[in-house]
Design a protein around this ligand. Structure first.
Ligand SMILES: Nc1ncnc2c1ncn2[C@@H]1O[C@H](COP(=O)(O)OP(=O)(O)O)[C@@H](O)[C@H]1O
Ligand SMILES: [Mg+2]
Length: 277
């Protein structure tokens, strides 16, 4: 099992697009993942299904102590989702920065997935570096950092490296990470310069696969679809399939059992939440 936080303190770099489409690629190749939407903007939740009330969202898990399993809902391509809600904006001010809140998601996932250790988890983090995003990183064993191929995003990625180092100090473990270039326009000289700069700085931690700027990836959220359902032969679908291949081949995403080989959880273990697609 791999618990992956898709993390970058900058917005608009492709975190949600990457979480969604990497998850969809995983569902085609291996076992469908569990998504956790930790962004108050709830973009991932909005693409994957109808908006939940706050009591049916991850906010209730943080605020009312509801078990994580009680807010899990089935979503397309066999995946499941812990949905977000706008109330998540309050988490920082309501619960402080103590270890209880920072480790809460980690503990919630441990309890939820005790019987499904091979299940992959993709956590779509919010761009504000507060308690919520940190609880996502603390819950993860690996971090995937999408970096869009523009000047400010690259400056942000360099700053982010310092943040991750500071977090490692607190966590007392190394945060395995990969950077992935998104919104790459090969016709632009700057995009190649940016790639060279990131390669020099991050070496093998920068994925070989680049996600190209593409119409399919821009349009698929509008149709509430992942790229494989929306445009299976598109450049975007090829890029995310390649990214998954690379992450599996390098062991960054652990090789989970194919869906057919996974035993279903015992009856009553998982709540049935409506809204299956
Ligand atoms: N490779 C891409 N090509 C075209 N549009 C993209 C690509 N990646 C992301 N987008 C679009 O850019 C916007 C921001 O992406 P998103 O994944 O929501 O970023 P974040 O979650 O980091 O804020 C969205 O409208 C998304 O559809
Ligand atoms: Mg997002």
């Amino acid at each position: 099992m791999t618990r992956l936080a898709v993390f970058n303190q900058k917005g608009g770099v492709g975190k949600t697009t990457t979480a969604l489409n990497l998850g969809a690629a995983l569902a085609r190749r291996r076992r469908a993942p569990l998504f956790v939407d930790l962004d108050a903007q709830a973009h991932l939740s909005g693409i994957l299904g109808p908006a939940p009330g706050s009591e049916e969202s991850v906010f209730a898990f943080y605020s009312d102590g509801k078990p994580l399993g009680s807010v899990v809902r089935p979503v397309p391509f066999g995946a499941e989702l812990v949905p977000a809600h706008a109330e998540l904006m309050k988490v920082d001010s309501l619960f402080g920065k103590g270890p209880r809140i920072l480790y809460r998601l980690r503990e919630g996932l441990d309890a939820l997935l005790a019987r499904e250790p091979e299940r992959s988890v993709l956590i779509d983090c919010c761009p504000i570096l507060g308690v919520l995003a940190l609880s996502g990183v603390f819950a993860a064993d690996r971090v995937l950092v999408p970096v869009s191929a523009d000047y400010l995003a690259v400056r942000g990625a360099l700053a982010l490296e310092n943040t991750l180092k500071a977090l490692e100090h607190v966590l007392k473990r190394r945060l395995e990470r990969r950077y992935v270039l998104t919104r790459f326009d090969a016709r632009r000289r700057m995009a190649h310069d940016i790639e060279a700069e990131l390669r020099a700085r991050f070496g093998a931690e920068l994925c070989e696969t680049r996600i190209a700027e593409s119409v399919g990836l821009a349009e698929s959220p509008f149709h509430k679809r992942d790229i494989f359902s929306h445009a299976p032969t598109s450049r975007g679908a090829q890029d995310y399939a390649r990214l998954l291949d690379e992450l599996l081949a390098t062991g960054f995403i652990a090789d989970a059992a194919p869906a057919a080989a996974v035993a279903p959880p015992p009856a009553g273990e998982r709540p049935a939440v409506g809204g299956a697609a």
